[in-house]
Design a protein around this ligand. Structure first.
Ligand code: UGA
Length: 556
C-alpha cells in the first residue's frame, strides 16, 4: 500500500521544476504543490503573468492551478471559452519552511558541468544540488520521500541516503530517482503524455513502497504500463544513456553529412532511406550544425567521466567522440563560409538567423550560433547582425560577451528585432536554427495537439485558445471541435508581434511570421550567399532569386 500524499515540494524553479510542478498540480487538485527557489527574482517571475519559462501550454496550466483559473473577468475568455472555478494549489516561494510540509520533495535544481578542480569539463557540478540537499536534510519531515528529478551522476541516490543519515541520524527517509525526459519546446506535451516514467528505488520494502506512492501520483494521467520501476543506479544511468544515444544519432548523421558534402550523396536522402528501417527509425537523424542546449554535451561528458572513473578508458573515449564530432560540425560550417569569401571577410556583413539552441525556444545555453560567430569574428568582418524570434537581446549579448567581448563593445555584433534589417545589405545570410519561420516553403499547417492530451478527463474547453492563437505560425481563421462543441477564432483575438499585453498576457514575440526570402535576397549585397545550417531551405527557389545556397550535407 502506498502513503496518501497531501503536499509536494519542488526544489528549483527552472525549466524542469516549474513545468513539472504545474502539471502535477493540474492533475492533483487536492495536493498542494509548492515550488521553492532561493532566487527571489525567479520566484517573482513565476508569480507574475510573465513566466520565466516559455513553453506552449504552460501559461494555461499555470494560470489554472496558480490562479485558481478564476478567469471569469478575463476579457477574451468569454463563453464558451470560460473556465470552471477550481482551487489554487500551485505556489512559488523562497521560504525553506515549505520543505517541512512536504510528503514528497522533488529535487529539480541545476546540475551543470564542473568548470574547476577534479573532473573540470566532464564531471557534474553538484554545488547547487548539495546545498539544496542540505536544506532538505535539515527541514524534511520524517518519512518524507526525496526524489531526484534533475539529471545527476550515477550513484547520487546512494550519496543522498548517506547525507541524510549523517544530518538526520535515525530519521527514516526514502530516496528515489525519477529522471525527467522532457524536451524544451514541447515540455507540456512531454509531461502530459510521457513515453515512460522511470522510478528507481533502493529495492527495500520501504523503498518499493515509496516508489509505489510516486507511481500512484503519475497514474492520475499516465497509464501504469508506462511506469517503470528499477533500482536507483539503473534509473540514473538510463537518463544519461537516453541523452547520449540521442546525441550519438545526431553526431552519426552529421559525420555522414561531411561525406555527403564531398560526394554526390545528399544527407537528407540518406537519413530518409535509413530511417525507414524500423530498427533504426526516422527520429533524431536531421543533420545540421550539431546539438546544442544544456543537456546533451553535459550528459555525455558526465557519462564519459563515469566510464573513466571506472577505469573504462575505451568506453570514455567512444562517448567523448560524440561531443568532438559535434564541435567539428560548426568548425566545418564556419570554414565553408570563410572559404566562400576567399578567406577574407574583412569589410563583409554577415547575417545570422537563429540564435537559440533550437527552434521554439529562447534558450541560448550552448547556442550553436555562438561557436559560428566566434570563428567568423576571427576573420574580422565589418558586421555580424543577429535575429532570433524568441531570444532576449540581453541573453544573446551575454553569450557573445563570453567569447568575444570586443566585438560587442565595438558594435561589430548587432542584434536586430527585425529579420529584414538584420539581412539588409548583407553579403551572406546564415540560417543557424531550424525555425519554421526561416523556411522558404510554407511549413505544413500544424494543429496544436496540446489540448487533447492536456485535460483528458476534466477538460474545460477553453484550453486550446491560447496555444492555437499565440504560438502557431499561421493565423488564419481557426475552427475546431472539442467535446462536440465547435469553436471559431480569428486573428484579431491573437497577440500582435512583440505584444506585451495580449489577452493571455504573453510577453514575447508570439506571432512568428515567415520571413520573405524575396525581400531578403533583394536587399543583399554581392556576392549573395545563403548558408543553410539545417538543410531546410528550398535551394532551387532561392537560386532563382540570384542567391547561391550552401546546405549542410550537400555538395555545393
Ligand atoms: C533533450 C532530450 O531530447 C530530452 O529527452 C531530455 O529530457 C533533455 O535533453 C534533458 O536532458 O533535459 P532538449 O535539449 O530540450 O532535450 O532538446 P532536443 O530536442 O533533444 O534537441 C537537442 C539539440 O539537438 C538541439 O540543438 C537540436 O536542434 C538538435 N537536433 C535534434 C539535431 O541537430 N538533429 C536532430 O535530428 C534532432
Amino acid at each position: 500500500a502506498s502513503e496518501p500524499v497531501k503536499s509536494v515540494c519542488v526544489v528549483g524553479a527552472g525549466y524542469v521544476g516549474g513545468p513539472t510542478a504545474a502539471v502535477l498540480a493540474l492533475y492533483h487538485p487536492s495536493i498542494t504543490v509548492e515550488v521553492l527557489d532561493r532566487d527571489p527574482r525567479r520566484i517573482q517571475q513565476w508569480q507574475s503573468p510573465h513566466l520565466p519559462v516559455h513553453e506552449s501550454g504552460l501559461e494555461t496550466v499555470v494560470r489554472t492551478v496558480r490562479d485558481g483559473a478564476d478567469m471569469a473577468g478575463d476579457e477574451g475568455l468569454t463563453d464558451p471559452l470560460s473556465v470552471q472555478k477550481r482551487g489554487r494549489n500551485l505556489f512559488f516561494t523562497c521560504d525553506t519552511a515549505t520543505i517541512a510540509r512536504a510528503d514528497i520533495v522533488f529535487m529539480a535544481v541545476n546540475t551543470p558541468t564542473k568548470t574547476f578542480g577534479v573532473g573540470a569539463g566532464c564531471a557534474t557540478n553538484m554545488t547547487a544540488f548539495d546545498s539544496a540537499m542540505r536544506e532538505v536534510a535539515a527541514h524534511a519531515k520524517p518519512g518524507a520521500i526525496i526524489v531526484e528529478k534533475s539529471t545527476v551522476p550515477g550513484g547520487t541516490a546512494e550519496r543522498v541516503r548517506k547525507m541524510l543519515s549523517t544530518y538526520r541520524p535515525g530519521v527514516p527517509f526514502e530516496v528515489l530517482s525519477n529522471p525527467e525526459f522532457l524536451a524544451e519546446g514541447c515540455a507540456i506535451d512531454n509531461l502530459t503524455a510521457p513515453d515512460r516514467v522511470l522510478i528507481g528505488s533502493a529495492g527495500t520494502p520501504s523503498g518499493r513502497r515509496a516508489a509505489r506512492t510516486l507511481a500512484n501520483l503519475y497514474e492520475a494521467w499516465v497509464p501504469s504500463s508506462k511506469i517503470l520501476q528499477t533500482n536507483s543506479w539503473s534509473s540514473e544511468l538510463a537518463k544519461l544513456v537516453a541523452n547520449a544515444m540521442l546525441a550519438q544519432r545526431i553526431s552519426s548523421i552529421n559525420s555522414i553529412s561531411a561525406i555527403c558534402e564531398k560526394t554526390g550523396a545528399e544527407v537528407d536522402q540518406v537519413a530518409h532511406a535509413i530511417g525507414l528501417d524500423a530498427r533504426i527509425g526516422p527520429q533524431f537523424l536531421k543533420a545540421g550544425l550539431g546539438f546544442g542546449g544544456s543537456c546533451f554535451r553535459k550528459d555525455i561528458a558526465s557519462l564519459a567521466y563515469l566510464a573513466e572513473s571506472l577505469g573504462l578508458d575505451d568506453v570514455a573515449h567512444y562517448w567523448r567522440q560524440v561531443n568532438v564530432m559535434n564541435e567539428r560540425q560548426r568548425d566545418r560550417f564556419s570554414r565553408k563560409v570563410i572559404d566562400c569569401f576567399e578567406r577574407n571577410l574583412v569589410g563583409r556583413k554577415l547575417a545570422i538567423l537563429g540564435f537559440a539552441f533550437k527552434k521554439n525556444t529562447g534558450d541560448t545555453r550552448e547556442s550553436l550560433a555562438v561557436d559560428v560567430i566566434r570563428q567568423l569574428l576571427e576573420e574580422r568582418p565589418a558586421e555580424i547582425a543577429i535575429f532570433d524570434p524568441y531570444c532576449r537581446p540581453e541573453d544573446i549579448l551575454r553569450e557573445i560577451m563570453s567569447v568575444a567581448p570586443e566585438a560587442v563593445h565595438n558594435e561589430v555584433v548587432k542584434i536586430s528585432s527585425d529579420p529584414y534589417l538584420a539581412c539588409s545589405q548583407a553579403h551572406a545570410v546564415l540560417v543557424v536554427t531550424d525555425c519554421d519561420q526561416f523556411r522558404n516553403t510554407r511549413p505544413k499547417k500544424k494543429r496544436a495537439t496540446t489540448q487533447s492530451v492536456l485535460f483528458p478527463q476534466k477538460s474545460p474547453a477553453w484550453a486550446p485558445a491560447h496555444d492555437l492563437l499565440c504560438h502557431e505560425t499561421t493565423l488564419e481563421r481557426e475552427t475546431w471541435t472539442h467535446d462536440g462543441v465547435s469553436y471559431q477564432l480569428n486573428a484579431q483575438d491573437a497577440c500582435s508581434p512583440n505584444c506585451s499585453d495580449c489577452r493571455t498576457t504573453c510577453d514575447r514575440p508570439s506571432v512568428t511570421e515567415q520571413v520573405e526570402w524575396t525581400r531578403i535576397a533583394y536587399n543583399m549585397l554581392e556576392p549573395r550567399w545563403v548558408f543553410d545550417g539545417r538543410g531546410q531551405l528550398d535551394a532551387a527557389e532561392l537560386e532563382k532569386l540570384g542567391v547561391r545556397v550552401d546546405t549542410v550535407g550537400r555538395r555545393t
